[in-house]
Write a protein that binds this ligand. Structure first.
Ligand SMILES: NC(=O)c1ccc[n+]([C@@H]2O[C@H](COP(=O)([O-])OP(=O)(O)OC[C@H]3O[C@@H](n4cnc5c(N)ncnc54)[C@H](OP(=O)(O)O)[C@@H]3O)[C@@H](O)[C@H]2O)c1
Length: 274
């Protein structure tokens, strides 16, 4: 694969995906980047050898894929400014912005624009992300393959056939790393409250989180069954899980994810207006 890919936005996500592409063998000379802050684009040129362009349009013109890696609130202005370059070259447009729908993007860029929308997450920064992708009807099989290759450079890729599920994906895996970080924080604090030295509480918490996740991911046994296997009748784990159940952990998570899903929908209304 050596089609030209233009990145608009050289922030955390843009940098992570470019780093992943370079690591997976995509030639630096066929990656372009532009950012409102030119120093950020120049920094990626120095780090990875990719081409830094002075304006977004200069990066986009002639590219096979234009990756929109700016904040949702910056999207409308960025896309409006790119319309001429995109109409001239007909690339696939790949947006990673939360809450911006393919119809909002098509409304700004033209109804026949090939658009892929993706929701990645922050473990992409170390190549361990997970992302859901949705393609509108104008995207060809080759366009889908290129979009999947780009996101696979920083993690796992899952296609959606129903874009409305993207709000639930945002609530689960887009925001999900923060729930896991919160769980790590509270486990560590509870360990300290029981008298463990802070450094030991942190090490035990992180190693448990990483080990349990790896066990669940590598096992054909369901997470619920793995949990039952460590929950002996009358034992310590059962005592803790009873308290979590009495405290309403499951309905609490249902309410939390519903709040995140609803916020994703309102972001679409706020930043995706025609
Ligand atoms: N980070 C995450 O966890 C995560 C997860 C899933 C999805 N996303 C999505 O990924 C997108 C990028 O997030 P990020 O964390 O990489 O944000 P970021 O670090 O703020 O990067 C965005 C970059 O775009 C630049 N920019 C602003 N206006 C621009 C313009 N008109 N033309 C070109 N570049 C412009 C920003 O420059 P300034 O700093 O000068 O404004 C910044 O360097 C967001 O839409 C977000 O919703 C992020």
């Amino acid at each position: 694969m050596s089609q030209t890919i233009a990145f608009i936005g050289a922030g955390n996500m843009g940098r992570a995906i470019i780093g992943g592409l370079i690591e997976s063998g995509h030639p630096a000379t066929s990656i372009r980047v532009a950012d409102a802050n030119h120093t950020a684009a120049q920094g990626l040129h120095e780090q990875f050898g990719v081409e830094a362009r002075a304006t977004n349009s200069e990066a986009a013109v002639g590219a096979s894929m234009v990756v929109l890696a700016v904040k949702p609130q910056q999207m409308r202005e960025v896309v409006t400014d790119l319309t001429a370059a995109i109409k001239a070259s007909g690339p696939v447009v790949l947006s990673i912005a939360a809450g911006i729908t393919t119809s909002a993007l098509a409304g700004w860029l033209g109804a026949d624009t090939a658009i892929v929308r993706s929701m990645p997450n922050t473990p992409a920064l170390i190549g361990r992300g997970t992302a859901a992708l949705y393609a509108n009807a104008a995207v060809s099989a080759d366009g889908r393959a290129l979009a999947a290759t780009i996101m696979a450079a920083v993690g796992k890729v899952h296609w959606l056939e129903d874009e409305s599920l993207m709000d639930a994906v945002t609530a689960l895996s887009g925001s999900g790393p923060a729930y896991v970080f919160k769980l790590i924080e509270v486990l560590e604090q509870s360990g300290i409250a029981l008298g463990l030295p802070p450094a030991l509480a942190r090490a035990l918490t992180l190693e448990t989180a990483v080990g349990a996740s790896a066990l669940a991911a590598s096992s054909s046994t369901s997470p619920a069954e793995l949990r039952r296997q460590v929950t002996s009748k009358g034992g310590t784990t059962e005592a803790a899980l009873r308290v979590l159940g009495e405290g309403g952990l499951e309905p609490l998570f249902d309410r939390a994810l519903t709040a995140a899903r609803d916020r994703s929908r309102t972001l679409a209304e706020e930043f995706g207006k025609p």
